[in-house]
Design a protein around this ligand. Structure first.
Ligand code: SF4
Length: 304
């Protein structure tokens, strides 16, 4: 089997859905997070960066049209007259009153060239009213919710200070299914003290629900986060490239073929990334994954 069809990639999905490659423009909607503002905790998830895991988003002091324009300008030599996804990535992008969300997302949907809106959030921050509104917006423009889940293992949920139970995730997925809104689930591979089996259990768990996409994110230790402090105090195993590739390839083998894989590694910022440094060479990581899939003859869903 050729490498290009060994997994259901985001590029293929976008090409099929929009008839061409699309590019994600990361926008900052000015949100915070209940896990950082004291509602649930002040510390946040232990891996979360100062910018709410949205390190490549626009400047939150500008309105989103301006942010979009600036990002578009930066890529104009490589990307002429393309189509775009407005990506709300930083912090919890449904953690605000409904009228604020309505005005923000409708504004994003009206930007010329935008064909989809991707909203990263927590499953405990989507009410039925928000889901109803998003479902209506979904009739006009493609809407996708990205749920930060990371792991299904109880001990890890406590360790990373996620501050919601798996049952909240399950209820949220069911509600979004009811409103026909596509879901991408974020998982993290390489959390402290997790075994390969734990990580595969997370993949099996999330893919047992009606989800449309998944992100396999390598754990990044970012400077000055609680995770960084833990790493200094009580160092834990950081995955090597070889270990990571082995785990990702096994995850691909057990993922149902219809789930789109939107991420296979992660984009680290070289100024703040403590470990693993090898992940900065994204091309090497992706090539190694593709090579291992080919050499081991693994493709998405092979082990189902
Ligand atoms: S829920 Fe998201 S934004 Fe909030 S602390 Fe966790 S990773 Fe950061």
């Amino acid at each position: 089997m050729e490498n290009k069809i060994r997994y259901n990639s985001a590029n293929n999905f976008f090409r099929e859905k929009f008839g061409q490659k699309v590019i994600k423009i990361s926008l900052d909607g000015g949100f915070t997070c209940p896990n950082r503002d004291g509602t649930l905790s002040y510390g946040g998830c232990i891996f979360c960066s100062e910018k709410g895991s949205g390190d490549f988003a626009g400047d939150r002091n500008l309105d989103i049209e301006e942010q979009f324009k600036i990002s578009k300008e930066k890529i104009k030599t490589k990307w002429k007259d393309g189509k775009y996804i407005a990506y709300f990535q930083a912090f919890t992008n449904t953690y605000a009153p409904l009228h604020y969300l309505e005005s923000l997302f409708i504004k994003a949907s009206n930007i010329e060239g935008v064909v989809g809106i991707f909203i990263a959030t927590r499953p405990d921050c989507i009410t039925e009213d928000i889901a109803k509104f998003l479902s209506k917006l979904n009739e006009k423009i493609y809407v996708c919710i990205e749920l930060g889940f990371q792991t299904s293992k109880e001990e890890s949920i406590k360790l990373i200070n996620r501050c919601y139970d798996n049952v909240i995730f399950e209820n949220c997925v069911k509600m979004l299914n009811k409103y026909n809104i596509d879901i991408i689930v974020h998982t993290i591979l390489g959390l402290p003290y997790e075994t390969k089996e734990d990580m595969l259990n997370t993949i099996k768990y999330v893919s047992s629900f009606n989800i449309q996409g998944i992100k396999l994110q390598l754990l990044h230790i970012i400077k000055d986060t609680p995770l960084h402090k833990l790493y200094i105090k009580k160092p834990f195993n950081v995955l090597s490239l070889e270990e990571y590739v082995d785990i990702v390839v096994s995850c691909i083998g057990i993922l149902p073929p219809d789930i789109v894989i939107h991420r296979l590694t992660g984009d680290g910022d070289k100024n703040t990334l403590i470990e693993p440094k090898w992940s900065l060479n994204k091309k090497l990581v992706l090539n190694s994954i593709n090579k291992a899939l080919f050499n081991k003859d693994i493709y998405q869903g092979k082990y189902l």
